[in-house]
Structure formats: C-alpha cells, structure tokens
Ligand binder design. Structure first.
Ligand SMILES: Cc1cc2nc3c(=O)[nH]c(=O)nc-3n(C[C@H](O)[C@H](O)[C@H](O)COP(=O)(O)OP(=O)(O)OC[C@H]3O[C@@H](n4cnc5c(N)ncnc54)[C@H](O)[C@@H]3O)c2cc1C
Length: 461
C-alpha cells in the first residue's frame, strides 16, 4: 500500500493539470490513467473532430467557390490522409501532455484502471497486468464520460459507429444515418456530407439542437438542409436490421407513423454517460445521481470530505473548458486558500458546425421561463458587412438584454466565427459593459464584431 497526499483518477482536462500543480506545490501525488493522457478532448473529442472539421470546410469551399469567381473543376477527398493529419495532431498533443506529467517531480503517472476497495483506498489494475494499492486523504475523480448507447432492437448486430470509431474510418460511408440531432451528431453529419456521404439525421425531439431557441434550430435546419442533409424530427428509432450485402435497415416512428430507411453506416450520437460504475464508489461512500453522475457541492467536493469530482463525471455542462475551470477552482481553493465556487460562472460553448453556433448566458427561452423583463436584439448575417464580403451570410446574432440595467444577459451567434463573436459579448457581460455602450464602441472595420454596433442599434432605446 503506497500512501500519497493526493490521488487523481483520470488524466483528462482537469486531472492532468491538477496533478502537475499539486505535485509542484509539494504534495506527493499519483495520477492514474487507464488509456491516454489528455482524455476525451485530446484523443476522441475536440482535437480530432476540429482537425477533421477543417478538412470538411476545405472540401466545402472547393465545391462552392463559384459565386466568388473561383471555380474548382474537380477535387477529391482523401479520408486516410485526413485521418493521418488528425492522428498526428492528436499524438503530438497527447505526447506533450504525457511528457509534462512524467517530468514533474513528486508525481507518479500510473497507467491502469482505478477502483475503490475501501475508504479512500484505491486498487489499480495496471495495464502491465500487475495490481497496486494506493491511499490518500485527497482524491480527485476526473474519469469523464463515454458515448451512451441506448437499447434498441438489433443495435448489436449492425456494427454501429460512435463518436470515437467514426474517426477511424478509412472509407467515406455511402449513406450515413446519424441518430441524434445535437452538437456531436450534427458536427459529424455535416462533416461527412461534405466528404461526400449522403447524410440523414434522426432526432426524437420536435427540432434539432432542441436546447437552443426555436429560431436557432430553424435557421440551423435551413443551413443543413441547403447542404442536402435530410433531417427527420419527432422520429424515434425503433429497430435496426443488417441485410445481406452489408446494408442496414432502420425502422423509425415519425409523428406516430412507421418509416424505413436503408443506409450503409449508423452513427449513434444520443448523449454521453459518466464513467463512474467501474470506480466502485460504494466502497468509499461517494454518492451518484440516478444517471451515475457523481454529485458535488459548489466547490466540487462529493459527500465524502476530501474526495472531489471534476469535469464530465459530475452533473452539469460537459465541456473541456468547464473541466479545466473545475481544476483551477479546486486548486485555488485548496492550495491558495481561496473560496471559489462553480456557482454563477459563465458557461459559454461553441458547436463547430459551419457556420459555428456560439452561446453564452441565458437564452430567450430561459428568459421567458424565468419570467424576467428582457428585450431581444437580433441581426441577420445578411446585414453584416464582413459576412457579405466573404460570401457567407448564413445565420444571425442575437442578444438577450435587461432593458432597465442595459446589461447583456445572454448571446447566441449562429454565423461565421460565431464562437469568436460570442466571446466578445461574453467579455462585455463579464465586465458589465452595457449594450448602449457597445452600440457606440469603435470596432475595427470590417470585422464581424464591428456589427455588434448594429446588433444593439436594433433596440429602440
Ligand atoms: C466528439 C466530441 C467532440 C467534442 N467537442 C468538444 C468541443 O468542441 N468543445 C468542448 O468544450 N468539448 C467538446 N467535447 C467534450 C469534451 O471532450 C469533454 O467535455 C472533456 O473532454 C471532458 O473532460 P474530463 O476532464 O471530464 O474527462 P475526460 O477528458 O474524458 O478524461 C477522463 C479520463 O479518465 C480516464 N478514466 C476513466 N475511468 C478511469 C478509471 N477507472 N481509472 C483510470 N482512468 C480512468 C479516461 O480514460 C480518460 O482519459 C467533445 C466530446 C466529444 C465526444
């Protein structure tokens, strides 16, 4: 049994940097990782998808240069090359992270699967086959989440893809059906449509990205349908059947009626589930909610003093920047003796469809639900000079404001560089820069953000 000051389970977006900082602060630290340093973001999530999204954008531009006077007669998509570029970037990020941990003094990096065996006691089934027992007063769980696969008749016989395995394909699917019309499913759907697949999205809600405002869903639907992506909403997938010759038959119920779709590949993108079960949390008394997420207080501590949960394994928004912020909160509270909390922190995010969907703060739907006094400023991208000049006027900017204080309460930007424009508004929100000031701010011309002047001109006072 080896005693440490701190043990971190999972070298994800919080675990890696936290391990390093705790060790540097003089705590004898162990970090346990069952797979690869960097976790989902680096190996299966943000990094690989965004490198592939960049290739898809290139293909889209090659196919759509005509209106800008550049006609590319023919081009081809080399998926093995796209995959190799993705793998090279992922390896570089992963190795950088691993080396950083390995060279940190006071820190042991153990490759193996951790589970609790008693109070604050952990057994690691090392990838080398041996077992190790560790103990510490401070334990940080950063084990993330994995794709959730629902039980649907026939699902196990069709060799479905998930968000990880789809990025290992070497051949472009002839017809990809994406089950789930949310962030992950739509990024992949558009990507493979641009690579040349026929793409169909099946969404059980009444609209795609159903957590967004209705006008956002509608505009995004229009954008994706313009690229010939077929979208079925109010559609529940009920059955899969593998046919001879490798084709897959899907049965779905749409608006109460049964329909059938034949395709070559199925991507399951209906959500993610926390990696908490293998931890055997009962043996240390840590509580989870009904979906298996580890419940925490505002300082990320579980019901057991000294055991914390960070990132996607706890309930709430599942993003890399949230996991990373979790680490900085825990670190500053424990080492710098601050009193920081996750309550009221901004939760910005960006979906990397093209155009991007950036969002921060409250939406119009939430404002309505809360019954607060609000006004909506909205500007279609067709009114944005930069968008007209670059030839991409899809989408709009939208902000929810408080008419009395003139503060910005939330913003959604669906448009080219939507994430970056949203971030400008986030900075305004954090600095309490009111919309009547932004209306007259001097921004460089002709940037997308310059049009924030016009966005707030659309409000009457
Ligand atoms: C396809 C896709 C695209 C995404 N795109 C974005 C994006 O653009 N922007 C964004 O912000 N977020 C994105 N995300 C989400 C983002 O990747 C996650 O929110 C983020 O990685 C969460 O990090 P984490 O620190 O909670 O855990 P993770 O990064 O998942 O790390 C958890 C680690 O714990 C290890 N582990 C698990 N159990 C054990 C155990 N018992 N013992 C030892 N080790 C264990 C795992 O192997 C893993 O390495 C995307 C996700 C996916 C799947």
């Amino acid at each position: 049994m080896k005693q440490y000051d701190a043990i971190i389970i999972g070298a994800g977006q919080a675990g890696g940097p936290l391990a390093k900082k705790l060790a540097e602060a003089g705590k004898k630290t162990a970090v346990i990782e069952k797979r690869w340093v960097g976790g989902t973001c680096v190996n299966d999530g943000c990094t690989p998808t965004k490198t592939m999204v960049a290739s898809a954008k290139m293909a889209y531009m090659a196919a759509n240069g005509g209106p800008l006077g550049v006609k590319i007669k023919s081009f081809s998509v080399d998926l093995p090359k796209i995959k190799k570029r993705k793998d090279d970037i992922v390896h570089k990020f992963r190795e950088g992270g691993q080396k950083g941990l390995e060279k940190t003094q006071n820190l042991d990096l153990l490759f193996g699967e951790a589970s609790f065996t008693a109070d604050k006691t952990i057994t690691v089934k090392m990838n080398s086959g041996r077992e190790k027992e560790l103990k510490a007063d401070l334990i940080f769980i950063n084990t993330g989440a994995k794709p959730f696969i629902p039980e649907i008749e026939g699902i196990d016989e069709i060799g479905y893809l998930d968000s990880t395995s789809i990025m290992e394909l070497n051949e472009i699917p002839e017809h990809l059906v994406v089950v789930g019309g949310n962030y992950i499913g739509l990024e992949f759907g558009q990507m493979f449509r641009r690579f040349g697949s026929k793409v169909t999205v099946i969404e059980k809600s009444g609209r795609i990205v159903s957590r967004e405002d209705e006008d956002v869903s509608q505009e995004l639907t229009k954008i994706l349908e313009a690229e010939n992506i077929t979208i079925h909403t109010n559609a529940i997938t009920t059955k899969f059947k593998k046919k001879t010759g490798g084709k897959i038959n899907i049965t779905l119920t749409k608006n109460g009626k049964e329909e059938k779709i034949k395709c070559s590949h199925v991507l399951m993108a209906v959500g993610r589930t926390p990696q908490s079960r293998a931890l055997n949390l009962d043996s240390t008394g840590v509580k989870v909610d009904e979906k298996g997420f580890i419940t925490v207080n505002d300082k990320l501590e579980t019901n057991v003093k000294g055991i914390y949960a960070l990132g996607d394994v706890k309930p709430g928004p599942a993003f890399t920047h949230i996991s990373y912020n979790d680490y900085t909160i825990v670190y500053r509270n424990l080492i710098q003796k601050q009193e920081l909390s996750i309550k009221d922190r901004p939760v910005p995010y960006c979906m990397f469809t093209d155009p991007q969907l950036g969002h921060v703060g409250i939406s119009e739907t939430e404002a309505k639900k809360r019954g607060i006094k609000y006004k909506v400023a909205k500007l279609p991208m067709t009114y944005v000079a930069r968008a007209i000049e670059t030839g991409d006027t899809r989408g709009f900017m939208k902000a929810i404001v408080d008419p009395d204080t003139k503060k910005i309460l939330g913003a959604t930007v669906l448009g080219p560089e939507g994430g970056e424009i949203m971030t400008v508004l986030q900075m305004a929100m954090m600095g309490d820069i009111t919309y009547d000031r932004i209306r007259y701010c001097v921004f460089a011309h002709p940037l997308y953000s310059e049009s924030l002047n016009n966005l707030f001109m659309s409000l009457e006072d």
